[in-house]
Design a protein around this ligand. Structure first.
Ligand code: CA
Length: 412
């Protein structure tokens, strides 16, 4: 992956910032939401035809901030559709990202990370004009007299609308930023587990380790060093080869969910999905001889597969694969799906965005769900298993956290 460093802001941005100094007078020269010179915004994209995600790391430099607003500008027709760890909006080609309640404070020398997902028709390359709280970053822009443009008005007229988040406190934080994780709400879900109640290194309690076919080098453990929230997640060391299958299976009774079930699963994996077929998540289907409905990958992108007849969604034609997306590596991704047993339909979202190629909508569509509907499909799912299954090539280390299943969509 290439880390794109933003080019210096264009001169017009510096001129505009200096004009803001003049307009605001000198009353707003300090404030906890201000960014120091030396701030950095590192934008790391992951792009595929028509879509992209990007991780953004904001580093305020040598002055702490108690709230942040990061902006940048795309040169192409990129449209941000959602984000994580920030509230994101777009006006024209300019994107604005504001901190959430739990990650607004960044100490001097520290950083915060968030991400966006979007679509494009014509990519414009690396975005430019990165700023933090109105101050140009990455070596661009004026020096330390730049006022904070997001500070609320005191005695001088505001230069911009006040922030919609909580106003800054009167002093920079003197303690470390909160380590409280993002909320992982489950909205009445039957299953809602961040694995924080796991007590040992082997998954237990509401989960059991299973190897449905045969066991080998694959392992499932409780990891206390990598987690989406809190301090625990399930780590799967997935090895290549058929006999290395390993999963954690929920021991919760999911029958109360009925025929329509929604899942929200945070997953982090390490190695890009290979050309070979692999599986991450399986659910036994009582209407299909208890064979598994499987979510994994093939040809480098996410894929659903039926173990009973090996039907795939999307079809593995180039046009079909192009309508799925790869699972991002080395960051937490929010995977959601819905299976409607009585209607025989299925939906999938990655980071909140519906994936066309992972949609079975009841009407057979060539390249997508044509093969899926070669026969009647009315699944009766009975469990949930998270792990790794390879049938030839394809090893991966991956983590699961903040797993939920309910009868309505739970959200990321
Ligand atoms: Ca956790």
């Amino acid at each position: 992956m290439t880390i794109l460093r933003a080019r210096p802001a264009p001169l017009v941005a510096a001129v505009a910032a200096l004009a803001a100094v003049t307009a605001a007078g000198t009353a707003l020269l300090t404030g906890p939401a201000a960014a120091a010179p030396g701030c950095r915004v590192d934008y790391t994209p992951n792009q595929w035809p028509g879509g992209f995600t990007a991780n953004i790391k904001v580093s305020p430099g040598d002055t702490a901030v108690s709230g942040w607003t990061v902006t940048w500008t795309y040169a192409g027709d990129e449209r941000v559709t959602n984000g994580w760890n920030a509230t994101v909006s777009q006006s024209g080609s300019t994107v604005t990202a504001r901190n959430m309640s739990y990650n607004g404070s960044i100490p001097a020398g520290g950083s915060a990370e968030f991400g966006v997902q979007g679509t494009y028709g014509t990519a414009g390359g690396a975005p430019t004009g990165f700023s933090l709280n109105g101050v140009p970053c990455n070596g661009a822009g004026p020096g330390p007299t730049t006022p904070p443009t997001t500070a609320p008005p005191t005695t001088a007229p505001p230069t911009t609308a006040p922030p919609t988040s909580a106003p800054p406190t009167t002093a920079p934080p003197t303690t470390a930023p909160p380590t409280t994780p993002p909320p992982s709400g489950c909205a009445g879900a039957v299953l809602c587990d961040g694995f924080e109640n796991q007590t040992g290194s082997t998954p237990s309690g509401d989960w059991s380790v299973v190897s449905p076919d045969c066991s080998g080098a694959g392992t499932a453990t409780v990891d206390t060093s990598t987690a989406h929230s809190g301090s625990r997640a399930i780590r799967i060391n997935g090895a290549a080869g058929y006999c290395n299958h390993v999963f954690v299976r929920t021991t919760k009774n999911l029958s109360g969910l009925g025929g329509v079930r929604y899942a929200r699963i945070w997953v982090r994996h390490t190695t890009a999905q290979p050309t070979d077929h692999t599986t991450m998540i399986t659910m036994s289907d009582a209407a299909d001889g208890n064979r598994d409905l499987r979510l994994g990958g093939q040809n480098g992108a996410l894929q659903w597969n039926r173990a009973s007849d090996d039907a795939t969604l999307p079809e593995q034609s180039p046009a079909g694969v192009a309508q799925s997306v790869p699972l991002p590596t080395n960051r937490w991704a929010c995977l959601e799906f819905m299976v409607d047993g009585s209607a025989g339909q299925l939906r999938t979202w990655l980071d909140g965005v519906a994936v066309t190629g992972l949609t079975a909508d009841g009407v057979p569509t060539h390249d997508i769900d044509g093969q899926w509907y070669n026969r009647t499909w009315r699944p009766q799912l009975t469990d949930l298993k998270l792990g790794w299954e390879s049938y030839g090539g394809g090893a991966d280390t991956l983590w699961y956290d903040d797993v939920a299943m309910g009868s309505t969509r739970i959200g990321c």
